[in-house]
Design a protein around this ligand. Structure first.
Ligand code: NDP
Length: 239
């Protein structure tokens, strides 16, 4: 069955791998990003791309209206868009903190809120939020990012309770370190340090995160809600 799927930040990295996984399975995929670009590999599957800054509720509303006209109401929402602005606390400006919270946490609130009204009416829906291992583990230099990512867990679990009676599941995927633009900025030394703490001894490929997202969005996962699924090579075990 072909579903209407929206992946925010689906133009590159983890979001692109997630969008591709759904598109290859035959779903109607829409992606959003600030650039609005449609990668070639997605274009092949008739996916659509809509320009949308998740920091702006009006742009979120307009993007959903466009996606609904093309693919029907969103049945699977993957809130993946996110940013980092890493620096140590004493150097972290209020703008460094609030802008990361605004994109990663409030931006997710904006898209989930817009999607949920139609899902509630349909009495079905799947929401998957992309958090991070550092949301529970913490990470020096990432207080803003970790706060936003752990915030997603409380947000998801509240919605799992609120929307469960309407047959909407809300789950979180917590990747460890994944090879994307976001991690390409880390030094070779930091990369080695990270990998040394990962039981599987390597970074994840974006497609390995996509597999977990696809599972949580499938019929097989109908009884899973409020879960936090790590895809971190064991890095966050025990948290
Ligand atoms: P990238 O930096 O490669 O991609 C980030 C995506 O988010 C882009 O598509 C970007 O599109 C979009 N985005 C950023 N800000 C906004 C905004 N204001 N409005 C709309 N879209 C926006 O990141 P990754 O693929 O690595 O990360 C994807 C998600 O996974 C993020 O939430 C990240 O925190 C999380 N994650 C990543 C890990 C990693 O190791 N890479 C580990 C754990 C979690 P554009 O710039 O065109 O707007």
């Amino acid at each position: 069955m072909s579903r209407s799927v929206l992946v925010t930040g689906g133009n590159r990295g983890i979001g692109l791998a997630i969008a591709l996984a759904f598109a290859e399975a035959g779903d109607k995929v829409a992606i959003t990003s600030r650039s609005g670009e449609l990668p070639e590999e997605l274009a092949k599957h008739q996916a659509i791309a809509v320009r949308c800054d998740i920091n702006d509720a009006a742009q979120v509303d307009a993007a959903f209206t466009e996606i609904e006209a093309a693919n029907g109401p969103v049945e699977v929402l993957v809130a993946n868009a996110g940013i980092t602005k890493d620096t140590l606390l004493l150097r972290m400006t209020e703008e460094d903190f609030t802008s990361v919270l605004d994109t990663n946490l409030t931006g997710t609130f904006r898209v989930v809120k817009r999607a949920s009204a139609k899902m509630m009416r349909a009495r079905k829906g799947r929401v998957v939020l992309i958090s991070s291992v550092v949301g529970l583990l913490g990470s020096p230099g990432q207080a803003n990012y970790a706060a936003s990512k752990s915030g997603l867990i409380g947000f998801a679990r509240s919605l799992a309770r609120e929307l469960g009676p309407r047959n909407i599941t809300v789950n979180v995927v917590s990747p460890g370190f994944v090879d994307t633009d976001m991690t390409a900025v880390l030094s070779e030394e930091r990369r080695k340090e990270i990998v040394s703490g990962v039981p599987l001894g390597r970074y994840a490929a974006p497609a390995e995160v996509a597999s977990a997202v696809r599972f949580l969005s499938s019929d097989e996962a109908a009884y899973i809600t409020g879960a936090v699924i790590p895809v971190d090579g064991g890095l966050g075990m025990g948290h």
